[in-house]
Design a protein around this ligand. Structure first.
Ligand code: FAD
Length: 403
């Protein structure tokens, strides 16, 4: 392939203590936690909306904060964002039983501690919250390169409407791109998801404008474990199980084009079968891709050990797919071995492929985001951070760390 060398000098247009790269749920939680811990925080987001997959990807189910038996396990910012997501109205709100101090037996009967939010209202509420707390947000801004010195990122090179510029890093960087982009750019060890992703084409429609019947159509199922796959899974599987890695611009473009085609044919099918007045009202503006690349960190968390207390736990998450199993997340699966002031959160932390399907969901992204943000405000060398101090700060901010 022909190659050219890009050799440009850029202006250092901004500086911050903590630079959060990616404004999905993990980035929102991370920015909030870092700011509340006293850091000057700049959040870079390549699109023009906060929330990532949860909003631009219209994945609007805030999965559970509980174990399925009425016991809440995820707290802190994970719970705060769940409530924020429905602050201006919910598509499906919290069961009454979860609003009060009811015993687990009562809560369990009412279902899990989860909600369905409206993507637009959640994005606006999150933006208002971050701005009110003093987080600076730079939209339309791609974090496209890192500059390092002696094992630390000193600058993030950005690209936006103003051109190519640099952000000076005074303390640390949080990779909440969902795809471990910053880790890869900085030379930290990453790996890609082995199987790749099935096509998804979730969209909202209104089936009859006169009566306002408004629905989320979840076209394309999650790649649940084989033993949980039912006939419904295979009936709802698009493109005969074709898979996408999500790691190339060309492939992602093809993926979103294919999802558009599926949305259109689904609409036409529904119109032909008794809903002639059906219109789509929201389609995804980002590829609905679940697992692409993640950090290979100091710990690679797997799902063989539910209910294990790790010494360096930063929070607890449940398994959204079934009642019961819950997992402590160790701090050591948020950072790697090479870049001292870089930490991850959200769907690109260091886990096995099986665990990935658990930790990638919205509440888990908020749990790891809060921990990453808190830690980023405290140090510019994650491997030498006193985990007890981090845990004390998280506990003070409402997080439950151990079983
Ligand atoms: C089809 C589908 C269905 C799902 N269903 C559910 C569900 O029902 N409930 C649930 O809880 N979870 C669900 N998930 C998973 C969940 O939505 C996501 O995994 C989670 O929201 C990821 O959050 P994140 O912040 O880690 O990453 P993302 O949401 O991917 O956010 C990353 C953000 O970073 C930005 N970004 C990326 N690269 C850069 C860069 N270089 N510079 C600047 N910005 C950048 C992106 O624009 C984006 O805003 C689903 C996912 C999919 C795809």
């Amino acid at each position: 392939m022909e190659k050219i060398t890009e050799n440009i000098t850029v202006d250092v247009k901004a500086e911050c203590d903590v630079c959060v790269c990616g404004g999905g749920v993990a980035g929102i939680a991370a920015a909030l936690a870092a700011r509340r811990a006293g850091a000057d925080v700049l959040l870079l987001e390549k699109s023009y909306i906060l929330g990532g997959l949860a909003t631009a990807g219209i994945v609007t189910i805030y999965l559970p904060l509980c174990d399925g038996f009425g016991n809440q396990v995820s707290f802190g910012i994970a719970e705060e964002l769940l409530k924020l997501s429905v602050k201006y109205g919910a598509e499906v709100g919290l069961p009454e039983e979860w609003k009060n101090e009811n015993p687990a037996s009562v809560r369990a009967k009412a279902g899990r501690y989860q909600v369905r939010f409206n993507p637009h209202l959640f994005a606006i509420a999150a933006e208002q919250l971050l701005l009110s707390e003093g987080v600076r947000i730079l939209y339309g801004t791609y974090a496209c390169k890192t500059v390092s010195e002696e094992g630390r990122i000193t600058h993030i090179i950005t690209e936006n409407k103003s051109g190519r510029n640099a952000v000076k890093i005074k303390k640390s960087v949080i990779d909440t791109t969902g795809d471990a982009d910053i880790c890869r750019l900085a030379g930290e060890k990453t790996r890609s998801h082995e199987k790749g992703n099935l096509l998804a084409a979730w969209y909202y429609y209104i089936s009859d404008i006169s009566n306002g019947d408004y629905k989320l159509n979840m076209l394309g199922f999650a790649d649940i474990p084989d033993e949980q796959k039912t006939k419904e899974f295979f009936d709802n599987q698009l493109e005969n199980g074709k898979r996408y890695s999500g790691l190339s611009g060309e492939e992602l473009s093809l993926m979103i084009q294919n999802s558009h085609e599926k949305i259109l044919s689904d609409i036409q099918k529904k119109r032909a079968s008794g809903k002639p007045g059906l219109f789509p009202v929201t389609i995804p503006t980002t590829p609905q891709i679940r697992m692409t690349a993640c950090l290979v960190g100091n710990t690679v968390l797997d799902c063989s050990a539910p209910f294990v207390n790790f010494d360096d736990s930063i929070g607890i998450v449940s398994d959204w797919r079934k009642k019961g199993p819950c997992y402590c997340i160790p701090f050591s699966c948020l950072y790697g071995k090479s870049v001292r002031n870089l930490i991850t959160a959200g769907r690109c932390i260091s886990v096995t492929d099986d665990m990935w399907d658990i930790t990638r969901v919205i509440p888990d992204c908020a749990v790891t985001g809060q921990a990453a943000g808190q830690a980023a405000a405290m140090t510019s060398d994650f491997s030498s951070l006193d985990v007890r101090e981090l845990q004390a700060a998280l506990k003070e901010n409402g997080v439950k760390l151990f079983f």
